[in-house]
Design a protein. Structure first.
Length: 223
């Protein structure tokens, strides 16, 4: 996932960012409400982790702006305020889920995965494409029941392409989701990942084609 983290607590923000990046997600961290608004307007996000109490602009205003702009990004609210009125207000404004601080980082990541599965119409983290099975929870793939060795970014790339099976995913979106802004990489890095992934998928029903000048598309021969 490409995730926008909006959190002003430096210790918690650092812990969440580190956890999500280790798991292979692309994360950008906004530390106040005004910066968050700018990030939201200028980015394409799979999910937003949103704190309520923020300097500059609070989480209620950010969520309202996001939904008024018809952005369908999944929003997970994290808050230290346990009052039922706050939680009801956030859900009514368009939040998809919420967590009350303190929480376990493993649960936060699991809830994000669940939100993305729900948005994609999947009820389970395990998806089959003929003999190829993709487990987004454990970040692994198998072919005919045997492990398919994929690097962290190779798995993420495959996951992105398969989530949009039959659709062209543009190169800019793939770059944003695979690499963080502080990584100095070029399109050559993406092309290298595509090349490696194609070789490893040679005996699977998945085919990755290049849409010249735009991006890449995954298709499956499996029923």
């Amino acid at each position: 996932m490409r995730i926008l983290l909006i959190e002003d607590n430096p210790d918690l923000g650092d812990a969440i960012e580190t956890k999500l990046r280790i798991s292979g997600h692309s994360v950008e961290w906004a530390r106040d409400g005004l910066a968050a608004s700018r990030w939201l307007k200028n980015g394409d996000w799979d999910a937003v982790v949103l704190d309520i109490m923020l300097p500059g602009k609070d989480g209620f205003a950010i969520l309202q702006e996001l939904r008024e702009a018809n952005m369908e990004t999944q929003v997970l609210v994290v808050t230290a305020r346990a009052e039922i009125e706050d939680r009801v207000s956030m859900l009514d404004l368009g939040a998809d889920d919420y967590m009350v601080k303190p929480f376990d980082l493993r649960e936060l990541e699991a809830r994000l995965r669940a939100l993305l599965r729900r948005a994609a119409g999947h009820s389970s983290s395990l998806t089959h494409y003929g003999p190829l099975a993709l487990d987004s929870s454990n970040r692994c793939a198998t072919l005919d029941g045997n492990p398919l060795e994929l690097g962290r970014r190779e798995f993420r790339l495959l996951e992105i392409l398969l989530s949009r099976l039959g659709q062209t995913v543009d190169k800019e979106r793939l770059m944003n989701q695979l690499f963080s802004l502080d990584e100095d990489v070029s399109l050559n890095a993406l092309e290298l990942q595509i090349s490696r992934l194609r070789k490893k998928l040679a005996h699977t029903p998945i085919r990755i084609t290049t849409v010249r000048g735009i991006g890449y598309q995954a298709d499956s021969d499996a029923p």
